[in-house]
Design a protein around this ligand. Structure first.
Ligand code: NDP
Length: 270
Protein backbone atom coordinates (compact mmCIF):
# COMPACT_ATOMS: atom_id res chain seq x y z
CA UNK A 1 0.00 0.00 0.00
CA UNK A 2 1.23 3.53 -0.84
CA UNK A 3 1.21 5.84 2.19
CA UNK A 4 0.69 9.60 2.31
CA UNK A 5 0.17 12.04 5.19
CA UNK A 6 -0.28 15.61 6.34
CA UNK A 7 1.85 16.82 9.26
CA UNK A 8 0.97 19.81 11.43
CA UNK A 9 -0.02 21.07 14.87
CA UNK A 10 -2.92 21.54 15.06
CA UNK A 11 -3.92 19.20 12.24
CA UNK A 12 -7.28 17.83 13.39
CA UNK A 13 -9.16 20.41 11.28
CA UNK A 14 -7.37 19.46 8.03
CA UNK A 15 -9.50 18.21 5.15
CA UNK A 16 -6.52 17.14 3.03
CA UNK A 17 -7.06 13.42 3.84
CA UNK A 18 -10.63 13.57 2.51
CA UNK A 19 -9.48 15.22 -0.74
CA UNK A 20 -6.64 12.79 -1.48
CA UNK A 21 -8.43 9.67 -0.27
CA UNK A 22 -11.40 10.52 -2.54
CA UNK A 23 -9.10 10.21 -5.58
CA UNK A 24 -7.67 6.89 -4.34
CA UNK A 25 -11.15 5.50 -3.65
CA UNK A 26 -12.63 6.57 -6.97
CA UNK A 27 -9.85 4.85 -8.92
CA UNK A 28 -9.47 1.84 -6.55
CA UNK A 29 -5.86 2.73 -5.79
CA UNK A 30 -4.29 0.87 -2.87
CA UNK A 31 -3.21 3.97 -0.97
CA UNK A 32 -4.01 5.83 2.24
CA UNK A 33 -3.54 9.47 3.32
CA UNK A 34 -3.62 10.18 7.07
CA UNK A 35 -3.15 13.16 9.41
CA UNK A 36 -0.31 13.17 11.90
CA UNK A 37 0.14 15.69 14.71
CA UNK A 38 3.80 16.30 15.53
CA UNK A 39 5.68 18.58 17.90
CA UNK A 40 8.61 19.48 15.67
CA UNK A 41 10.00 19.09 12.14
CA UNK A 42 12.45 16.34 13.13
CA UNK A 43 9.48 14.19 14.09
CA UNK A 44 8.10 14.67 10.58
CA UNK A 45 11.26 13.33 8.96
CA UNK A 46 11.49 10.40 11.41
CA UNK A 47 7.85 9.48 10.81
CA UNK A 48 8.21 9.62 7.02
CA UNK A 49 11.32 7.44 7.00
CA UNK A 50 10.04 4.93 9.59
CA UNK A 51 6.62 4.52 7.98
CA UNK A 52 7.77 4.79 4.36
CA UNK A 53 5.47 7.72 3.57
CA UNK A 54 6.10 8.50 -0.11
CA UNK A 55 4.26 11.82 -0.25
CA UNK A 56 3.20 14.35 2.36
CA UNK A 57 1.86 17.80 3.01
CA UNK A 58 3.20 20.11 5.68
CA UNK A 59 1.00 22.62 7.44
CA UNK A 60 1.12 25.11 10.33
CA UNK A 61 3.66 25.71 11.89
CA UNK A 62 6.29 23.56 10.17
CA UNK A 63 6.48 24.83 6.58
CA UNK A 64 9.69 26.73 7.28
CA UNK A 65 11.17 24.34 9.90
CA UNK A 66 11.08 21.39 7.48
CA UNK A 67 13.12 23.21 4.82
CA UNK A 68 16.64 22.50 6.19
CA UNK A 69 15.73 18.84 6.68
CA UNK A 70 15.05 18.32 2.95
CA UNK A 71 17.78 16.76 0.78
CA UNK A 72 16.51 18.61 -2.30
CA UNK A 73 14.20 21.54 -2.97
CA UNK A 74 12.13 22.55 -5.97
CA UNK A 75 12.75 26.05 -7.36
CA UNK A 76 9.48 27.29 -5.80
CA UNK A 77 10.33 25.91 -2.35
CA UNK A 78 13.84 27.40 -2.50
CA UNK A 79 12.50 30.78 -3.60
CA UNK A 80 9.71 30.85 -1.04
CA UNK A 81 11.85 29.27 1.70
CA UNK A 82 8.83 27.21 2.77
CA UNK A 83 7.65 23.70 1.95
CA UNK A 84 4.06 22.44 1.84
CA UNK A 85 4.64 19.23 -0.15
CA UNK A 86 7.21 16.47 0.30
CA UNK A 87 8.21 13.40 -1.63
CA UNK A 88 10.31 10.61 -0.15
CA UNK A 89 11.62 8.41 -2.94
CA UNK A 90 14.85 6.36 -3.10
CA UNK A 91 15.88 7.73 0.31
CA UNK A 92 15.67 11.34 -0.89
CA UNK A 93 13.42 13.83 0.90
CA UNK A 94 12.43 16.55 -1.56
CA UNK A 95 10.45 19.68 -0.68
CA UNK A 96 8.05 21.54 -2.97
CA UNK A 97 5.59 24.39 -2.57
CA UNK A 98 2.19 24.37 -4.29
CA UNK A 99 0.44 27.06 -2.21
CA UNK A 100 1.16 29.89 -4.67
CA UNK A 101 -0.28 27.97 -7.63
CA UNK A 102 -3.30 27.01 -5.54
CA UNK A 103 -3.89 30.60 -4.47
CA UNK A 104 -3.59 32.08 -7.98
CA UNK A 105 -6.03 29.52 -9.40
CA UNK A 106 -8.46 30.19 -6.55
CA UNK A 107 -8.68 33.89 -7.48
CA UNK A 108 -8.62 33.47 -11.26
CA UNK A 109 -12.24 34.74 -11.48
CA UNK A 110 -11.23 38.13 -9.98
CA UNK A 111 -10.41 40.79 -12.59
CA UNK A 112 -8.30 43.93 -12.80
CA UNK A 113 -6.18 43.46 -9.70
CA UNK A 114 -3.25 45.84 -9.87
CA UNK A 115 -2.37 46.16 -6.20
CA UNK A 116 -2.83 43.98 -3.12
CA UNK A 117 -2.37 43.98 0.63
CA UNK A 118 -1.28 40.78 2.31
CA UNK A 119 -1.89 40.66 6.05
CA UNK A 120 0.51 38.25 7.76
CA UNK A 121 4.01 37.24 6.71
CA UNK A 122 4.30 33.52 7.53
CA UNK A 123 4.89 30.53 5.27
CA UNK A 124 1.68 30.82 3.28
CA UNK A 125 2.08 34.58 2.85
CA UNK A 126 5.47 34.00 1.23
CA UNK A 127 4.08 31.73 -1.46
CA UNK A 128 1.10 34.03 -2.10
CA UNK A 129 3.31 37.14 -2.22
CA UNK A 130 5.75 35.62 -4.72
CA UNK A 131 2.90 34.33 -6.90
CA UNK A 132 1.20 37.75 -6.95
CA UNK A 133 4.51 39.52 -7.57
CA UNK A 134 5.21 37.18 -10.50
CA UNK A 135 1.91 38.42 -11.95
CA UNK A 136 3.12 42.03 -11.67
CA UNK A 137 0.73 42.95 -8.87
CA UNK A 138 1.97 45.83 -6.71
CA UNK A 139 2.20 44.39 -3.21
CA UNK A 140 2.37 45.41 0.41
CA UNK A 141 2.92 42.82 3.16
CA UNK A 142 1.85 43.90 6.65
CA UNK A 143 2.75 41.92 9.75
CA UNK A 144 2.22 42.21 13.50
CA UNK A 145 5.92 41.75 14.24
CA UNK A 146 9.01 42.78 12.30
CA UNK A 147 11.25 39.73 12.04
CA UNK A 148 9.23 37.92 9.38
CA UNK A 149 9.32 40.94 7.06
CA UNK A 150 13.03 40.56 6.28
CA UNK A 151 12.31 37.86 3.68
CA UNK A 152 10.06 40.16 1.63
CA UNK A 153 12.64 42.94 1.65
CA UNK A 154 15.12 40.56 -0.02
CA UNK A 155 12.52 40.01 -2.79
CA UNK A 156 11.92 43.76 -3.27
CA UNK A 157 8.38 43.49 -1.92
CA UNK A 158 7.15 46.44 0.15
CA UNK A 159 6.54 45.72 3.84
CA UNK A 160 5.14 47.44 6.92
CA UNK A 161 4.27 46.72 10.49
CA UNK A 162 0.49 46.52 10.92
CA UNK A 163 0.64 49.43 13.36
CA UNK A 164 2.10 51.68 10.59
CA UNK A 165 -0.16 50.47 7.79
CA UNK A 166 -1.27 53.17 5.33
CA UNK A 167 -5.02 53.34 4.77
CA UNK A 168 -5.69 53.46 1.01
CA UNK A 169 -7.41 51.43 -1.70
CA UNK A 170 -6.05 47.93 -2.20
CA UNK A 171 -7.84 46.05 -5.02
CA UNK A 172 -7.31 42.77 -3.18
CA UNK A 173 -6.82 42.17 0.55
CA UNK A 174 -5.66 38.73 1.67
CA UNK A 175 -5.61 37.64 5.29
CA UNK A 176 -2.93 34.99 5.72
CA UNK A 177 -2.70 35.18 9.52
CA UNK A 178 -4.07 32.49 11.80
CA UNK A 179 -6.26 35.06 13.59
CA UNK A 180 -9.74 33.52 13.61
CA UNK A 181 -8.50 29.95 13.02
CA UNK A 182 -9.20 28.80 16.56
CA UNK A 183 -10.36 32.02 18.22
CA UNK A 184 -12.56 34.98 17.36
CA UNK A 185 -9.82 37.56 16.88
CA UNK A 186 -9.26 39.92 13.94
CA UNK A 187 -5.73 40.34 12.50
CA UNK A 188 -6.01 44.15 12.69
CA UNK A 189 -8.07 46.46 14.95
CA UNK A 190 -11.67 46.56 13.81
CA UNK A 191 -11.88 50.27 12.96
CA UNK A 192 -8.64 50.18 10.92
CA UNK A 193 -9.76 47.03 9.16
CA UNK A 194 -13.07 48.61 8.20
CA UNK A 195 -11.24 51.54 6.58
CA UNK A 196 -9.13 49.09 4.58
CA UNK A 197 -11.95 46.75 3.57
CA UNK A 198 -14.40 49.46 2.53
CA UNK A 199 -12.64 50.62 -0.70
CA UNK A 200 -11.25 47.17 -1.62
CA UNK A 201 -12.67 45.12 -4.54
CA UNK A 202 -11.98 41.60 -3.27
CA UNK A 203 -11.36 40.10 0.16
CA UNK A 204 -9.82 36.67 0.75
CA UNK A 205 -9.13 34.83 4.00
CA UNK A 206 -7.06 31.73 3.38
CA UNK A 207 -8.48 29.97 6.45
CA UNK A 208 -11.10 27.57 5.16
CA UNK A 209 -14.14 25.72 6.44
CA UNK A 210 -15.61 28.42 8.63
CA UNK A 211 -16.32 32.12 8.36
CA UNK A 212 -13.62 33.94 10.32
CA UNK A 213 -14.39 37.27 12.04
CA UNK A 214 -12.41 38.86 9.17
CA UNK A 215 -14.80 37.41 6.57
CA UNK A 216 -17.80 38.06 8.81
CA UNK A 217 -16.86 41.74 8.81
CA UNK A 218 -16.32 41.70 5.02
CA UNK A 219 -19.77 40.18 4.54
CA UNK A 220 -21.37 42.76 6.86
CA UNK A 221 -19.75 45.46 4.71
CA UNK A 222 -21.15 44.00 1.48
CA UNK A 223 -17.80 43.02 0.02
CA UNK A 224 -16.99 40.26 -2.48
CA UNK A 225 -15.16 37.70 -0.36
CA UNK A 226 -14.02 34.10 -0.26
CA UNK A 227 -12.31 31.75 2.14
CA UNK A 228 -9.33 29.47 1.47
CA UNK A 229 -11.30 26.39 0.41
CA UNK A 230 -10.52 26.66 -3.32
CA UNK A 231 -6.88 27.43 -2.57
CA UNK A 232 -6.74 24.28 -0.45
CA UNK A 233 -8.30 22.21 -3.22
CA UNK A 234 -5.99 23.56 -5.92
CA UNK A 235 -2.79 23.23 -3.88
CA UNK A 236 -3.89 19.66 -3.11
CA UNK A 237 -4.39 18.87 -6.80
CA UNK A 238 -0.88 20.18 -7.55
CA UNK A 239 0.57 18.25 -4.58
CA UNK A 240 -1.17 15.10 -5.75
CA UNK A 241 0.37 15.50 -9.22
CA UNK A 242 3.79 15.70 -7.55
CA UNK A 243 3.58 12.87 -5.05
CA UNK A 244 0.91 10.42 -6.15
CA UNK A 245 2.28 8.75 -9.25
CA UNK A 246 -1.06 7.36 -10.40
CA UNK A 247 -2.70 7.25 -13.78
CA UNK A 248 -5.27 10.00 -13.16
CA UNK A 249 -4.88 13.33 -14.95
CA UNK A 250 -4.97 16.83 -13.43
CA UNK A 251 -8.56 17.64 -14.46
CA UNK A 252 -9.93 14.36 -13.07
CA UNK A 253 -8.10 14.78 -9.77
CA UNK A 254 -9.38 18.37 -9.60
CA UNK A 255 -13.00 17.37 -10.28
CA UNK A 256 -12.95 14.60 -7.66
CA UNK A 257 -11.38 16.88 -5.06
CA UNK A 258 -13.88 19.68 -5.76
CA UNK A 259 -16.78 17.21 -5.38
CA UNK A 260 -15.30 15.99 -2.10
CA UNK A 261 -14.65 19.54 -0.88
CA UNK A 262 -18.31 20.40 -1.49
CA UNK A 263 -19.23 17.89 1.24
CA UNK A 264 -16.89 19.43 3.80
CA UNK A 265 -15.68 22.95 3.11
CA UNK A 266 -16.83 24.52 -0.16
CA UNK A 267 -19.81 26.91 0.00
CA UNK A 268 -20.13 26.59 3.76
CA UNK A 269 -19.19 30.17 4.43
CA UNK A 270 -22.06 32.07 2.79
P1 NDP B 1 2.61 30.78 9.99
O1 NDP B 1 2.65 30.25 11.39
O2 NDP B 1 3.80 30.59 9.11
O3 NDP B 1 2.35 32.40 10.06
C1 NDP B 1 1.31 32.92 10.83
C2 NDP B 1 1.18 34.43 10.57
O4 NDP B 1 0.01 34.87 11.25
C3 NDP B 1 2.33 35.28 11.09
O5 NDP B 1 2.56 36.35 10.19
C4 NDP B 1 1.80 35.80 12.43
O6 NDP B 1 2.34 37.04 12.82
C5 NDP B 1 0.34 35.99 12.07
N1 NDP B 1 -0.59 35.96 13.20
C6 NDP B 1 -0.95 34.89 13.95
N2 NDP B 1 -1.89 35.25 14.85
C7 NDP B 1 -2.14 36.58 14.65
C8 NDP B 1 -3.02 37.52 15.25
N3 NDP B 1 -3.83 37.17 16.27
N4 NDP B 1 -3.01 38.78 14.79
C9 NDP B 1 -2.19 39.17 13.79
N5 NDP B 1 -1.33 38.33 13.17
C10 NDP B 1 -1.31 37.04 13.61
O7 NDP B 1 1.30 30.20 9.35
P2 NDP B 1 0.96 29.85 7.82
O8 NDP B 1 1.32 31.01 6.97
O9 NDP B 1 1.51 28.54 7.47
O10 NDP B 1 -0.63 29.69 7.89
C11 NDP B 1 -1.45 30.78 8.25
C12 NDP B 1 -2.93 30.44 8.07
O11 NDP B 1 -3.21 30.11 6.72
C13 NDP B 1 -3.40 29.26 8.89
O12 NDP B 1 -4.60 29.63 9.50
C14 NDP B 1 -3.64 28.16 7.89
O13 NDP B 1 -4.72 27.34 8.27
C15 NDP B 1 -3.99 28.92 6.64
N6 NDP B 1 -3.58 28.22 5.39
C16 NDP B 1 -4.50 27.91 4.44
C17 NDP B 1 -4.12 27.30 3.27
C18 NDP B 1 -5.12 26.96 2.22
O14 NDP B 1 -4.79 26.17 1.33
N7 NDP B 1 -6.30 27.52 2.24
C19 NDP B 1 -2.72 26.97 3.00
C20 NDP B 1 -1.83 27.37 4.05
C21 NDP B 1 -2.25 27.96 5.21
P3 NDP B 1 3.69 37.13 13.73
O15 NDP B 1 4.84 36.95 12.77
O16 NDP B 1 3.64 38.49 14.31
O17 NDP B 1 3.60 36.05 14.75
Amino acid sequence: MQKFAIFGNPVAHSKSPELHNAVFEKYHIDAIYEKVRVDNANEIKDYIVKNNIIGANITVPFKEDILPLCDELSDDARNIQAVNTITFKNGVLKGFNTDGHGFMESISHYNNISNALIIGAGGSAKSIALALAKNNIDLLVANRSGHRLEFYKTKNIKTTLIENLEIKKYDLIVNTTSAGLEDDSLPIKRDVLKSLISPADYIVDIIYGHKTPFLELSKEMGEIYQDGAMMLVMQAVHASMIFADINVDFKDRQNIMIEEAKKHILKKIN
